[in-house]
Ligand binder design. Sequence first.
Ligand SMILES: [Zn+2]
Length: 258
Amino acid sequence: MRFFKRAYIRYVLHRYAIKHEIWEAVTSKLVLLVGLTAVEKAHLRELSTLLLHGKRIFGVQGLLLTEEMRVLVAATACLPILHLGISLFAEWTDIVVYPSVFRVSRDETDAAGVVHHEERVLSGESWGRGPVIVAWDEVERDSVQGLPGHNVIIHEIAHKLDMLNGTANGMPPLHVTMPIPEWSTTLSAAYEELNRRLNHHHPTCVNPYAATSPAEFFAVFSEYFFCAPDILHGHFHGVYRQLCLYYRQDPFLRLSAA
Ligand SMILES: [Zn+2]
């Protein structure tokens, strides 16, 4: 079975490889990829090819995606799994791209069992086995030089990884070499400290949205990890080290060396 799977992957990579000109045009402008080695970039291109071939990436509300736009979405989505593998994306099939922020309305049940009707405006959303949903204007802004530590695709992919072992709770399935107590003690302490600072109206160097739940903490800190690693490395070093172990990447080191 494995042999056939490997053979199929080789076939897809050969038959559907992202065209060199398109790959270069898109990735040369992507600040997120600064410092990746040539080997890592080549591997990212392979993962992006597999993603584009295996998933549907499409626009809604009249948004037509060009090949360049789809490659940009795929390359960004694959950065977190660069050293984890495409198999972590096996349980879902669609990336839906809205032209801009989108409105959702749904019923939510609170801890007391009371159902509230909520209307919210979102720039991204992830469902367990459902689609990743993002707003194109946010994706475009993040790809050049958006807000420090902001990337809607990385955020939603982090939720997807978190949900691989059930509901999103801020702890994706860890590698066997990573002690769970270390992850949970380190991230809990940082989460509580962040909430303490916000409750006392003290300034923080990260997006306060990280303090809304452990799941959002992991997603927002994953954004900083890839987009502004210096902030995490300097102010949340323990969390930074845990994320290095999980993602098997060291963006601070590669940016420092670039
Ligand atoms: Zn989120």
